[in-house]
Design a protein around this ligand. Structure first.
Ligand SMILES: [Zn+2]
Length: 187
């Protein structure tokens, strides 16, 4: 049995047993917060529990590293949608210790691509087309600095409302302990 067929089999039962009923809510975040965090497996359940966030409480955006890397990319758009369309009033950017994006190096990443069979010519073509693959595939050195930088990117966005607080946090992926890097009420 494939993983997908296992999921579908489970899902059929889940829906039939109406196990969804306890999760029913709306698309509007009750706590009026949008959280950007990392896709790390350890945070799937730990982060919402450690932050006391339940279904319906927040809008949750995830990517590798909890990074806002581009002012007009999909993460920034999601944050703006959460605010203007869905009523979020605060943003929390939550990086974590032991993140896979810490120390990510383009050269070793590209080596893995090569080992997986990616033709080097493709990388050359992309580079010649002006795409900066190397910096795109480079992670951060310090999670705190990365969070701070993402907070700045959000706050300085020309379309970002001035009255919205942006917090920067770092969570421990083992214990769920949160440390404040940027207190959005103070800045
Ligand atoms: Zn991570």
């Amino acid at each position: 049995m494939t993983l997908l067929s296992e999921i579908l089999k489970y899902n059929k039962q889940y829906v039939e047993n109406k196990e969804y009923e306890k999760y029913q809510t709306t698309k509007f975040p009750d706590k009026k917060m949008v959280i950007l965090t990392c896709m790390d497996t350890r945070l799937v359940e730990l982060l919402p529990q450690a932050m006391n966030v339940k279904n319906g409480d927040v809008k949750l955006i995830k990517n590798a590293g909890a990074i806002v890397s581009h002012p007009f990319g999909s993460v920034m758009r999601s944050i703006l949608v959460a605010i203007y369309e869905l009523g979020a009033k605060e943003v929390s950017i939550v990086g974590h210790h032991g993140c896979g994006m810490k120390g990510l190096e383009a050269d070793s990443f590209l080596e893995k691509c090569g080992q997986a069979g990616l033709d080097e010519e493709i990388i050359k073509t992309l580079t010649n087309a002006g795409i900066d693959i190397k910096s795109w595939l480079t992670g951060f050195q310090s999670v705190e600095e990365s969070v701070e930088q993402s907070v700045k990117m959000v706050k300085n966005h020309p379309m970002f409302p001035k009255n919205i607080h942006v917090h920067g946090l770092v969570i421990c992926a083992e214990t769920g302990k949160l440390d404040v890097v940027v207190d959005g009420y103070q800045s």
